[in-house]
Write a protein of this length. Structure first.
Length: 357
C-alpha cells in the first residue's frame, strides 16, 4: 500500500472473513506486521481508557497460560514477533515452576470463550536476557519459542518492532491492552482492557517527585501525570503500542515491566523499550534459526529460564548488515522499502552492465 502499512489495502474495510485466509507474509522474503484487519470493521479509531477490547483488536497480543489447581489461568501477556516466537517480559518466567503444561493462546480476546479463531501453542523454549537478574535491574525481556508456527489471519498478526531509525518519542497515539486487573488486588478480567496513554518524558519520569532515578535508559514511561490509566498485575509482558505517524499500522514500542501501585499520580507504567533491544532480538532469532528449532519440547527445568549461554554484551556484539529479508518485521517500514528499492536498482544496473559487455 502507498501509505506504508504492510499487507492491508487503503480505503474502507468490508466485513472480513473470520477464517485464517491470509498468511504472515506480504511476500516470500518478509512478513507483514502491525496491521489490525478487524479495527476498520469495528471502527476502532478512538479508544478511551478502561474499555473492553473487541475481538481481534490487537491481533499480535497473546495470553500465557499456566496450570492451577482448578485448570489454567492467565499469568502474563506477550506479542507475536515472528510466526513462531513471542516477545514478553523476563520477570514473568524467573522464579516460576515451569512444566510442559504451559501454553500460549493466540487469536483470543475473551479468555472464557473459545472461538474458531483461537490457536493454542505449547511453549518449547524460553530465552531470558542474559543480563536480567531482577525486575529493578532492567533487561526485563524474554523470547518464547512456540511448538509450531501460528496461522496469521484477521485475528492473528505479527507485531512491528522499531529499529533505531524510528523516533519513538515523537509517536503521539499510543495504547495499552491486557488482561490485567482494573485495580490493585482485584481479579483479572476474562476480556482484555484497552486504554489510550501518552509517552512521558523519561527525564521527568525519573525526577525526584516521580521515580527518583529508578528508570533505566532502556525503559519507557507511559500513562498520565495525574494517574487514572495504567497497566496493572496480569498485564506484565503485554504491549505498549503506538500508531505510526505516517501510516495506519502500529509499533510495539514497549513491554509492560513494572510500576508502583495502579494508576497512581506521578507513578506511570514502566516499560521495556523494544527499540533498545532490537539487535538483541535479532541476534537471538538468528542464533536459533541457524541452529535449528528444537525437535521436541524439552522437559522444563530452572535452566530453561536462566541466563542464555551467550557471553557477549550489547556493546561488544557486531551485527551483520541488515537486509530486507533478515530484518523482516522488525525494520522500520520506510527503511525496509528503501532497502528493497536500493537492491532492485543495483540488480538493474548489474543487468545493464552485463548487456553492454
Amino acid at each position: 500500500p502507498g501509505s506504508g502499512a504492510p499487507g492491508i489495502p487503503e480505503g474502507g474495510a468490508a466485513a472480513p472473513n473470520h477464517g485464517h485466509t491470509n498468511g504472515c507474509w506480504a511476500s516470500a522474503s518478509r512478513w507483514t506486521c502491525g496491521t489490525r484487519p478487524m479495527a476498520d470493521y469495528y471502527r476502532m479509531s478512538h479508544i478511551v481508557g478502561g474499555v473492553n477490547a473487541h475481538l481481534g483488536a490487537w491481533p499480535w497480543m497473546v495470553s500465557i497460560q499456566f496450570p492451577t489447581a482448578t485448570g489454567f489461568a492467565h499469568i502474563c501477556g506477550g506479542s507475536l514477533s515472528t510466526p513462531q516466537w513471542v516477545l514478553r517480559a523476563a520477570h514473568c518466567f524467573v522464579g516460576q515452576n515451569f512444566t510442559t503444561d504451559w501454553f500460549v493462546l493466540v487469536g483470543i480476546t475473551d479468555l472464557s470463550q473459545a472461538t474458531s479463531e483461537m490457536q493454542k501453542h505449547w511453549m518449547r523454549k524460553v530465552i531470558v536476557h542474559e543480563h536480567y537478574t531482577n525486575i529493578s535491574s532492567g533487561f526485563d525481556i524474554a523470547l518464547v519459542e512456540l511448538d509450531q508456527q501460528v496461522r496469521c489471519g484477521h485475528h492473528v498478526q505479527l507485531a512491528c518492532m522499531p529499529d533505531v531509525m524510528l523516533r519513538v518519542s515523537q509517536l503521539s497515539e499510543c495504547f495499552i491492552s491486557g488482561w490485567g486487573v482494573r485495580e490493585a488486588r482485584s481479579e483479572c478480567p476474562m476480556a482484555p482492557l484497552e486504554a489510550k496513554v501518552r509517552l512521558i518524558n523519561v527525564s521527568l519520569c525519573n525526577s525526584s517527585l516521580w521515580y527518583r532515578g529508578a528508570i533505566k535508559r532502556h525503559n519507557l514511561c507511559a500513562g498520565y501525570p495525574q494517574g487514572g490509566i495504567d497497566t496493572c498485575q496480569g498485564d506484565s509482558g503485554g504491549p505498549l503500542m503506538c500508531r505510526d505517524n505516517c501510516a495506519n499500522f502500529f509499533w510495539v514500542v514497549g513491554l509492560t515491566s513494572w510500576g508502583r501501585g495502579c494508576a497512581t499520580a506521578k507513578q506511570p507504567g514502566v516499560y521495556t523499550s523494544t527499540q533498545h533491544f532490537h539487535d538483541w532480538i535479532l541476534y537471538q532469532l538468528r542464533t536459533f534459526r541457524f541452529a535449528g528449532a528444537s525437535a521436541t519440547p524439552p522437559t522444563w527445568s530452572p535452566q530453561h529460564v536462566s541466563h542464555t549461554p551467550i557471553s557477549h554484551t550489547p556493546s561488544q556484539e557486531t551485527m551483520p548488515a541488515p537486509t530486507a529479508s533478515s530484518i523482516s518485521g522488525f525494520c522500520s517500514f520506510p527503511v525496509r522499502v528503501l532497502v528493497e528499492f536500493t537492491s532492485r536498482v543495483q540488480e538493474l544496473l548489474q543487468a545493464l552492465v552485463g548487456k553492454k559487455t
